[in-house]
Structures are given as structure tokens and as C-alpha cells.
Design a protein around this ligand. Structure first.
Ligand SMILES: Cc1cc2nc3c(=O)[nH]c(=O)nc-3n(C[C@H](O)[C@H](O)[C@H](O)COP(=O)(O)OP(=O)(O)OC[C@H]3O[C@@H](n4cnc5c(N)ncnc54)[C@H](O)[C@@H]3O)c2cc1C
Length: 397
């Protein structure tokens, strides 16, 4: 009896994680790798922050998906509806079933507008925007660059937001332009950060606060936006001093994200994984299904989700798939992540840290956590080339 079509390794999601892993597996000699990815256009998402800062366009970050899928990797242009880990089968929305030897689950996450009632309505107006969705990124800069007076509020959630500190990029681009065009004195800038720090790296956090202070930005950490009144342009806040309200004339949101429902519905989440794929954060192997792996924004990797983190996660999963089959020792991921944050339109710092928050610099000699023009050039112009030509082709070490 013939069962569903089967692949040695099947990857759910052809984003940063999925393509990098598929390419890496092919390079390591795995002959049969397939990716399920419904979108016909691939986005290099870090450039969205530059679109929202007026220094990149959407065309700069888009490529046809079929042109970027690594050679030798089969792509299914479908959407995964569920996984049956007991049968080692993935079911697509059109009913197609695909079997697998090992499964890597990396569909990313989605904006959770429901977590902040009124936020969806707010970003539908001209007075609020986010860089976290392509259709909103250009609008963010239109809103900020045309702003002349009033209160501009930037709110950054720490609930599963991919590379959350990059939400500061549109802020620093805006205050820089406002100062240069002479309107900064007429603008009250409030930064609301849900977490305890702007970034989980002491020196970088201090430098970002200094940069914010130099522009007169009022920074409030530990402050959550509970809801938005889009019509009255008012935020309901919860902070260290309790509940309060704050009016805005322009609002930027780095909104909470959530996992896709089918992950929990397929039994890939656990009670304490908040709907995300429950993996051992070191081996990235699923806690209950040994031939299932999770990486990227969709998995419980216990650190800031970021593209930079994938440079370390991908080789771990590629190696551990082989280790599971051969009984060799598994490699461990230390929770490395990175946040590249601008402090103006000319300078950027790189905060690199491990799961405990300990700095983990990639260059031992140069202090990359200090804002530098060269780092901005690297992040804006070189990193995208490395992404298209190396990382998502599986040249990840
Ligand atoms: C605005 C913004 C700025 C960022 N800036 C930086 C930065 O400067 N530096 C940095 O390191 N990181 C940055 N990041 C984070 C980085 O982009 C993510 O961490 C990275 O893209 C995660 O990769 P992923 O493959 O897990 O998820 P994604 O890149 O989101 O890819 C997931 C893929 O899965 C597909 N998918 C979803 N559901 C299904 C389904 N049901 N079936 C099949 N496929 C599905 C999606 O279409 C998508 O292509 C930024 C993110 C954003 C949004």
C-alpha cells in the first residue's frame, strides 16, 4: 500500500531558518530535503527597520521565493495545516500529506493584535504604525518624517517580538531627522519598553539610554501598553507606578507576537511553551518527539529570537539530526543572539549575548557594542548580501 510522499528531512517554513537549514543539510550531503513555504516572495525582514527609517525600500528586501530556495531543495508552495507526529506526517491545507524522517518546524510567529486591544484599529489610522509588517513599514516613515509637533510615543513589547530592540531604529532615525530639521524641540518623545532593559546587554543598554537622553527622549522601562483607544489616541499603560493613560499624536508599535495555532493543535507545544514549539533549548530537539526539531522565531530557544541567532541554531539542528540517527553526541546551542540597533541615522551598535545575558562578542578585539558608522554600513548594505548569497544558501558555520 502506498502512503504519503515521504522526504528524508522536511522543513516547515522557507524563511531565514528554513532555507538556511535546508541549504546546510544539502551541503552536508543530505540528498532528500523539502521545504513547505506558501509565500512566493521572500522577505529579508531586518531591512524593514530601514524602510521604516526612510533608508531602504520594500524592493530592497524582496526576492522571488523560487530564486532563493537552495539548489537541490524541493519546495512545496502549500501551507501546513497540521502535523501528526505519531505518524510522522505533515498535512497541508489542501489535504496533501507529506511523510518525513526528520521534521524541522520553523514557520516563525505572527503579530498578536489581540494581545493589545485597539492596536489593530490604531495602525489602520494615519497616526499609528509598525515596522513589523511590510505593508506598515513605509507608512511608519511617512508618519514619522512628516511629524512636526506633539507627542510621539514608541512602544516596544517583549512578548515574543522578533529582535525586539530593532524597534528602536525608527525612533533614532526620527529624532535624528527631527533635530536636523529643527522640530525636535516641539516634539515630546516617549519610549515605553516592556522589559527591564532596552537591550539585554549592559554596556549596549547604557549607550542606548545615553543616546536617547541626548535627544531628550523620556525612557520608561517595565511599562506595558494594555490597550489603545484609536479614536481618542490614548494608551492605557501598566508600569512600575501602576496604571496610567498617555495621549499620543504619533504612535509606533513593536507589537507582541504569538505562535500559529496549528502548532499547539498538533501537540507540538507544552503547557509552559505559550503555544510555541517545545524544544530542548540546547539541542533544539522536540521534548516529546525525537525526530521533530524547532528553531527560529517559532521555537522555545530561551533567548531573543533573531536572524543572527539562527547562524548558531542552524548548524546545531543540522548536526543533531545526524547525531540522532548515528547515536553521536549532540551539539548544544548556548542561546547566542544579537540586536543591531542604530543610535542615529549614521551609527549602529551590535549587542551580542548568550542565554544568560552574558556578552558574547563575535570579534574579541573591537567593541562592537559601541555605536559606529562602519557597523551601520555593515548592517544596512553588507549583511543583506551575506543573507542572500551565504546564509539562506546554507553557508552557515
Ligand atoms: C521588522 C523586523 C526587523 C528585524 N531585524 C532584525 C535584525 O536586524 N537582525 C536580526 O538578527 N534579526 C532581525 N529580525 C528577526 C529575524 O527576521 C527573525 O528572527 C527571522 O526572520 C526568523 O526566521 P524564521 O525562519 O524563524 O521566521 P520567518 O523568517 O518569519 O520565516 C517563517 C516562514 O514560514 C512560513 N510559514 C508560516 N506559516 C506557515 C505554514 N503554516 N506552512 C508553511 N510555511 C509557513 C512563512 O511564510 C515564512 O516564510 C527582524 C524581524 C523583523 C520583523
Amino acid at each position: 500500500m502506498s502512503g504519503p510522499r515521504r522526504h528524508d528531512v522536511l522543513v516547515i517554513g522557507g524563511g531565514n531558518a528554513g532555507l538556511s537549514l535546508a541549504g546546510r543539510l544539502r551541503r552536508d550531503g543530505c540528498r532528500d530535503v523539502a521545504v513547505v513555504e506558501p509565500r512566493s516572495v521572500h522577505h529579508y525582514r531586518p531591512l524593514l527597520s530601514y524602510v521604516a527609517s526612510g533608508t531602504a525600500t520594500l524592493a530592497d528586501l524582496r526576492r522571488p521565493q523560487d530564486e532563493v530556495v537552495p539548489s537541490g531543495v524541493r519546495r512545496y508552495a502549500g501551507t501546513v495545516a497540521s502535523v501528526d507526529p505519531a505518524r510522522s506526517v505533515v498535512v497541508l491545507a489542501d489535504g496533501t500529506e507529506l511523510g518525513y524522517g526528520d521534521l524541522a518546524v520553523c514557520p516563525g510567529s505572527e503579530v498578536d493584535w489581540d494581545a493589545v486591544p485597539g492596536s489593530r484599529e490604531a495602525v489602520a489610522t494615519a497616526h499609528a504604525a509598525t515596522s513589523y509588517l511590510p505593508e506598515q513599514a513605509e507608512k511608519t516613515w511617512t508618519m514619522l518624517s512628516s511629524f512636526r509637533s506633539g507627542r510621539a510615543v514608541f512602544a516596544i513589547s517583549d512578548r515574543h517580538v522578533p529582535c525586539a530592540p530593532v524597534g528602536l531604529k525608527p525612533l533614532f532615525a526620527a529624532v535624528d531627522v527631527w533635530r536636523r530639521t529643527g522640530v525636535l524641540d516641539d516634539i515630546e518623545v516617549e519610549l515605553l519598553v516592556e522589559g527591564p532593559q532596552l537591550v539585554r546587554h549592559e554596556a549596549a543598554d547604557r549607550r542606548l539610554r545615553d543616546a536617547a537622553a541626548a535627544y531628550g527622549v523620556r525612557v520608561r522601562v517595565g511599562t506595558t501598553v494594555r490597550s489603545v483607544d484609536a479614536e481618542g489616541r490614548t494608551l492605557a499603560l501598566e508600569g512600575p507606578d501602576g496604571a496610567s493613560t498617555l495621549g499620543y499624536d504619533a504612535l509606533y508599535l513593536a507589537p507582541p507576537h504569538r505562535a500559529y495555532d496549528w502548532i499547539a493543535d498538533s501537540g507540538l507545544a507544552t503547557e509552559d511553551s505559550d503555544g510555541f514549539v517545545a524544544v530542548d533549548p540546547e539541542t533544539l530537539q522536540h521534548v516529546a518527539h525525537p525526530n521533530v526539531w524547532g528553531l527560529g522565531d517559532a521555537a522555545t530557544v530561551g533567548t531573543l529570537p533573531s536572524g543572527g541567532a539562527l547562524r548558531k541554531q542552524v548548524p546545531v539542528v543540522a548536526r543533531n539530526i545526524q547525531a540522532r540517527r548515528t547515536g553521536r553526541t549532540m551539539r548544544r546551542y548556548d542561546g547566542y543572539s544579537v540586536a543591531p540597533v542604530t543610535t542615529s541615522r549614521r551609527r549602529l551598535l551590535l549587542a551580542e549575548f548568550d542565554r544568560t545575558g552574558r556578552p558574547e562578542p563575535s570579534l574579541p578585539v573591537v567593541d562592537l557594542a559601541r555605536p559606529r558608522p562602519s557597523l551601520l554600513v555593515f548592517d544596512r548594505y553588507l549583511e543583506p548580501l551575506i543573507y542572500w548569497h551565504k546564509l539562506i544558501q546554507g553557508r552557515v558555520s
